[in-house]
Design a protein around this ligand. Structure first.
Ligand code: ADP
Ligand code: MG
Length: 294
């Protein structure tokens, strides 16, 4: 599959703003790859549900073709942060974002940016596999059809997407069967194939293995390691071993409690995964990864 990122960027997401890569120079960033510009750059991002502030002052860069893990105790804002990356939170009434997220240097929340196109380019896989009540084939073909993908090439695209999601060999003889006939792990790989079929450049995953058994989990983890050759992946996980196994970088978040007892999610530490798990700089990270908290 050709990487169509560049073409689409210039036609759809160009907002007329000058391209500023904002590589994080001078900031306290982990080992920024010198040859690459960040895919996302978050500056002082805060997020509110109505009057409740769920996230405060998150600043981080996400690097291409890496797996970034978001970890931290329940309620610290991991899912909220993940949904900021593809404007999924826009669908929740009364929400408000402050600060800035750029995607390849362009303001992701600029009024001229089409959130539907954003969600095509930045796909999402959820905690519980959620295939459509359709055949295996139609689950994968649905998005490309809606986007006007040529029908004559659809069959090849479905096969390619299922191949990439490491599911093809298991389903190639039963493409017309209902997706619900698959096991949980297969359904999750089908959801990954469905996400891939619309040719995103980023895949967001919110605890993609938490509803799966250990064997299905390992298969998804192996798949992630393959997919990162093509896609930038951000994965929320409450499983620290999983973060340590699969990710290149890890962001540890926690919920701070103010003097009125109100909790707010903050990014505590963001670094290469090996460093987060061996030599964290913040005591809160150390406490969490050694099991003293959370
Ligand atoms: N749709 C929503 N409306 C209001 N508050 C929400 C909503 N989703 C999450 N929250 C709140 O935001 C905070 C962070 O939640 P979430 O991002 O789901 O955390 P995590 O994924 O780390 O468990 C929690 O206090 C949660 O109750
Ligand atoms: Mg969550």
């Amino acid at each position: 599959m050709p990487d169509d990122t560049t073409v689409i960027e210039s036609t759809v997401l160009t907002t007329g703003l000058s391209r500023k890569p904002e590589v994080g120079a001078g900031r306290d960033q982990p080992d920024t790859p010198e040859t690459a510009d960040p895919v996302f750059s978050l500056q002082d991002l805060s997020f509110h549900y109505g009057s409740y502030r769920a996230l405060r002052n998150v600043t981080m860069d996400i690097w291409p073709r890496e797996i970034t893990a978001l970890i931290g105790p329940s309620g610290c804002g991991k899912s909220t942060l993940l949904r900021c990356f593809n404007r999924m939170n826009d669908l929740i009434p009364g929400t408000r974002l402050e600060g800035r997220i750029t995607f390849h240097g362009e303001d992701l929340y600029h009024p001229k940016v089409d959130p539907i196109e954003v969600r095509r380019r930045i796909g999402m896989v959820f905690q519980k596999p959620n295939p459509f009540p359709k055949s295996i084939y139609d689950n994968v073909a649905f998005g490309p059809k809606v986007n006007g993908f040529p029908r004559s090439e659809l069959k090849d695209l479905v096969e390619e997407s299922l191949q990439r999601a490491a599911l093809w060999d298991e389903v190639k003889d039963k493409l017309k069967q209902n997706a619900f006939s698959l096991s949980g792990g297969q359904q999750q790989r089908l959801c990954i194939a469905r996400a891939i079929a619309v040719k995103p450049s980023v895949i967001l995953m919110d605890e993609p293995c938490s509803a799966l058994d250990p064997i299905a989990t390992i298969r998804i983890e192996e798949l992630l390691s393959e997919l990162k050759n093509t896609y930038t992946i951000i994965v929320v996980t409450h499983n620290m071993q999983q973060a340590a196994r699969v990710s290149d970088r890890t962001a540890f978040m926690t919920a701070e409690v103010d003097d009125k007892g109100v909790r707010c999610g903050v990014l505590v530490e963001y670094d290469r995964t090996d460093r987060i798990f061996t030599t964290p700089r913040d005591k809160r990270t150390d406490d969490y990864i050694t099991g003293r908290f959370g």
